[in-house]
Design a protein around this ligand. Structure first.
Ligand SMILES: *Cc1c(COP(=O)(O)O)cnc(C)c1O
Length: 448
C-alpha cells in the first residue's frame, strides 16, 4: 500500500511541474491515445502499479493544464498546493461526512471552514451553511429554502404537499441569469419559463427600477459576478424594493461573492449581505480542488425544512442541523477539509490578496488589449474581460489561433449579441509573467 501512494505522489508532483510548463491544451495525439483505454471489461485483476501507470502515462497527457497559470477559460480556479495536499490526505481518511457521528473530524473542519467563509464574505452571522458540489447545487438549495419560506408564509407546506394546488409563486430573474439558476428552478417545479425577466444595464446588472410590482409569494434571483462581465447586481436597491413585499432574495455568487473578501473590491457587492440566501463556489476563486461549492441561508429553519431527512438510525443528539439535513446529499466526501486548509494557509489577508491579484491581472489584460487596438466590451472591475478582435469572423479566427497556439486558453462567448472572447482570471498560479506571455500570444494571434 505504501508504495502505491508514494508512486501516485511522485507522479502527481511530476504532473504539476509539467502542467505549468506545457501547452494548455493536450495535443491531438495525446487525446487520440486515450482510445487505448477503451478495452472490454477486464476479466482478471491487473497490478495496482500497472493501473496507476496507465492512468498517468495515458491520462495525464490528455488533461487540460488548467492547474497552471495560463488557463483563462470558463471560470476555472486552480488549486492551491495546500488544498490539493489536504484533499489527498482527506482522501486517505475516506471519511463519510453526513453528520458528526460519522466523522467528528470532518464535521469540525467543515463547521470551522463555514464560519470562516461567513466572516470572509461578510454574510449574516446567524446564516447556516453547507458544502455542496458547486454553485449549481448551491442555487438549488438556496432556492429550495426560498420556496419553502415564501409558501410557508401563506400557510402552504410545500415539502409535504408539493406544488399541486399551491398558491402561485412569482419568480423574478434578470435577462443575464445564469443557466444553473434556470435549471434549479425547473428541478424545483417553479418552471424554467414561468419567469418574470428584468432587463439589465450595459454591464449585465439587473435594473432595480424595472423590477415588477410584487404581491404574494415571490423569489427574486440576483447575481454577484456576471459570467461574462463580472458585474454584480445592485443588491441594496433590490432588497429595498422587494423585501417590503416579503419577497425572498437569492444571490448566485459563484465567484463574484468573493469580491467581499477584499477591501478594494467589496463595494461591488454592496448590500449583498441583506439577501436571504447565497450560492457560491470554493472550487473557483478559493482555489480548492473540484468539486466544492456552498450554500448559505440566513433563516436556517428554511433550509433545514427544505432538505430535512429522517430515519431512526440517523437520529443525532446535537440540535444543530447536520450537513445531511441541509443539502440533497447523505453520503458525501468531507469537502470542507480542502476549504479549511486553503483558508488556514492564506488567512484573511491571503484571500484578499488572491482576489486583488486576479483583478489586477484582468485589468492588465484589458489595458494591453485596448492599447493594441482590440475592443474591450466590459468595464473590467473584477476578474473578467470580454474582448472583440473585430468582426465576428475575426474574433472566431483569433480565438481559434490562441487556443491552438497553446500558450494560454480562452473561450468564446456571446455578449450583447456579439461574438467575443472571454478571459477569466481565477487562479492563484497566474503570475505577472504568465499574463505578459499570454497577452503577447493573444496579440501575436490577433495580427491579421
Ligand atoms: C460557475 C457558475 C455557476 C455554476 O457553478 P458550478 O460550480 O459550475 O455548479 C453558477 N453561476 C455562475 C455565475 C457561475 O459562474
Amino acid at each position: 500500500m505504501d508504495s502505491i501512494y508514494d508512486d501516485a505522489a511522485r507522479r502527481a508532483v511530476r504532473y504539476a511541474r509539467a502542467a505549468s510548463a506545457r501547452a494548455v491544451l493536450p495535443t491531438a495525439e495525446h487525446v487520440a491515445a486515450l482510445a487505448a483505454l477503451d478495452v472490454p471489461l477486464p476479466e482478471r485483476p491487473t497490478a495496482d502499479s500497472e493501473v496507476l501507470r496507465q492512468l498517468d502515462e495515458i491520462g495525464s497527457l490528455a488533461t487540460v493544464a488548467s492547474t497552471g497559470g495560463r488557463y483563462f477559460g470558463y471560470v476555472v480556479g486552480g488549486s492551491l498546493p495546500v488544498a490539493t495536499a489536504a484533499h489527498w490526505l482527506a482522501t486517505a481518511w475516506d471519511q463519510n461526512a453526513p453528520n458528526r457521528a460519522a466523522s467528528p473530524a470532518a464535521a469540525t473542519f467543515e463547521s470551522i471552514a463555514l464560519r470562516w467563509i461567513v466572516d470572509l464574505l461578510g454574510l449574516p452571522n446567524e446564516s447556516v451553511g453547507a458544502f455542496v458540489s458547486g454553485s449549481s447545487l448551491g442555487n438549488l438549495c438556496g432556492l429550495a429554502a426560498a420556496r419553502h419560506a415564501v409558501l410557508a408564509r401563506v400557510g402552504w407546506d410545500v415539502e409535504s404537499q408539493g406544488l399541486f394546488g399551491a398558491p402561485p409563486v412569482t419568480i423574478v430573474v434578470s435577462d443575464e441569469v445564469h443557466a444553473s439558476v434556470i435549471k434549479a428552478l425547473g428541478v424545483l417545479g417553479l418552471g424554467r419559463e414561468r419567469l418574470h425577466r428584468v432587463p439589465t444595464d450595459a454591464q449585465g446588472r439587473l435594473r432595480a427600477d424595472r423590477l415588477p410590482r410584487l404581491e404574494g409569494p415571490a423569489i427574486v434571483c440576483t447575481q454577484a459576478g456576471n459570467v461574462n462581465s463580472g458585474a454584480c447586481d445592485p443588491f441594496a436597491a433590490v432588497c429595498d424594493r422587494v423585501h417590503l413585499h416579503g419577497a425572498w432574495v437569492h444571490v448566485d455568487g459563484a465567484f463574484g461573492l468573493w469580491a467581499k473578501a477584499s477591501s478594494r473590491h467589496r463595494a461591488l457587492c454592496d448590500g449583498v449581505e441583506r439577501a436571504d440566501s447565497w450560492a457560491t463556489d470554493a472550487h473557483k476563486w478559493l482555489n480548492v480542488p473540484y468539486d466544492s461549492g456552498l450554500v448559505f441561508v440566513k433563516d436556517s429553519r428554511a433550509l433545514r425544512a427544505a432538505m430535512s431527512l429522517s430515519a431512526p438510525y440517523l437520529a443525532e443528539p446535537d440540535a444543530a442541523p447536520s450537513p445531511a439535513e441541509l443539502t440533497p446529499e447523505l453520503s458525501r466526501r468531507a469537502r470542507g477539509v480542502d476549504a479549511w486548509a486553503a483558508i488556514a494557509s492564506l488567512g484573511r489577508i491571503g484571500v484578499a490578496d488572491l482576489v486583488d491579484r486576479c483583478c489586477r491581472h484582468a485589468r492588465r489584460f484589458a489595458d494591453g488589449l485596448s492599447e493594441a487596438g482590440c475592443r474591450v466590451l466590459n468595464d473590467v472591475e473584477l476578474n473578467q474581460v470580454v474582448v472583440s478582435f473585430g468582426s465576428e469572423e475575426d474574433t472566431e479566427r483569433v480565438v481559434d489561433a490562441i487556443q491552438r497556439d497553446g500558450t494560454c486558453w480562452c473561450g468564446l462567448t456571446r455578449w450583447h449579441g456579439e461574438v467575443a472572447m472571454r478571459i477569466s482570471v481565477c487562479s492563484w498560479a497566474t503570475s505577472d509573467d504568465d499574463v505578459e506571455r499570454s497577452l503577447a500570444a493573444m496579440l501575436r494571434c490577433a495580427r491579421p
